[in-house]
Design a protein around this ligand. Structure first.
Ligand code: NAD
Length: 248
């Protein structure tokens, strides 16, 4: 059976690398992106050049209508989805709670939590063996921030990732009998542009010090963990939160 994987936020960073490695592992890859069409196209083209099959789909994952229409496009243009990586995520500049606006929390929550919820719901409705699907696997990209809370910098982001963890645990149990596994990875500090986007390009240097392995992680190291959790090698693993954090 054709393995069809949707990765959200896959035009850059961890998502883009996961798309490339997933194709090498035999997946037909659907690349979701928010705005950067050229970057999404570049990831797809490089996969195709490598002999793989890739498609790009624009959608804001926090928007219910856009998410539904993206899944309908995948049904029509690619086929029945068998795997989902909820990777799209945002983080805002460092701030203490006393300075944080409620709008900021709503914004981060909309992408990181509502986005993961909406995509998981669409995927489950297609993959569930109770609904005629063939089963499947979901990996949510959480963060070590969910574990340590990120005081003085971004407790809003940490709280959204805590919600992603809890949703992973609940959903895994809810749909275990529908032949769908749900797990999460919790990356530590990883070399991507997300830190610069949040106005702190030297965050990795700062956090390295607190990391037992004394280095940041590469996106490939997170992608490998995601692909392992998606794969049949992890066939008896569901509801697991896997730290990919250099020992933090
Ligand atoms: P990144 O900024 O390169 O990737 C995030 C992607 O999500 C971007 O392509 C962005 O356009 C996309 N995105 C944002 N909002 C979206 C929306 N509403 N709809 C669709 N796409 C949207 O950074 P990254 O580091 O590769 O982040 C990937 C995931 O890893 C995120 O969930 C992030 O929270 C998580 N993470 C990253 C680190 C790290 O140190 N880099 C650590 C822990 C967790």
């Amino acid at each position: 059976m054709k393995k069809i994987l949707l990765i959200t936020g896959a035009s850059t960073g961890i998502g883009a690398v996961t798309a490339t490695l997933a194709s090498r592992a035999g997946y037909c890859v659907c690349i979701n992106y928010l705005r950067n069409h050229a970057a999404a196209k570049a990831v797809a083209s490089s996969i195709e050049k490598d002999g793989g099959e890739a498609y790009i789909f624009q959608a804001d994952v926090s928007d219910e209508t856009q998410v539904k229409s993206m899944f309908e496009s995948i049904d029509r243009e690619v086929g029945m989805i068998t795997a989902l990586v909820n990777n799209a995520g945002i983080i805002e500049p460092q701030q203490k709670l006393s300075e944080m606006s409620a709008e900021r929390l709503h914004k981060v929550f909309a992408t990181n939590v509502v986005g993961s919820f909406l995509c998981a719901r669409e995927a489950v409705n297609r993959m569930s063996t109770r609904k005629g699907g063939a089963g499947g696997s979901i990996v949510n990209v959480s963060s070590m921030a969910a574990k340590y809370g990120a005081p003085f910098e971004y407790i809003d982001y940490a709280a959204t990732k805590g919600a992603v963890d809890t949703m992973t645990l609940g959903l895994a149990k809810e749909i275990a009998e529908e032949n769908i596994r749900v797990n999460a990875v919790r990356p530590g500090i990883i070399y991507t542009d997300i830190h610069a986007k949040a106005g702190e390009p030297d965050r990795i240097e700062r956090v390295k010090v607190f990391t037992p392995m004394k280095r940041g992680g590469q996106p490939e190291e997170v992608a490998n963990a995601i692909l392992w959790l998606l794969s049949d090698e992890a066939s008896y693993i569901t509801g697991t939160l896997l730290d990919v954090s250099g020992g933090r």
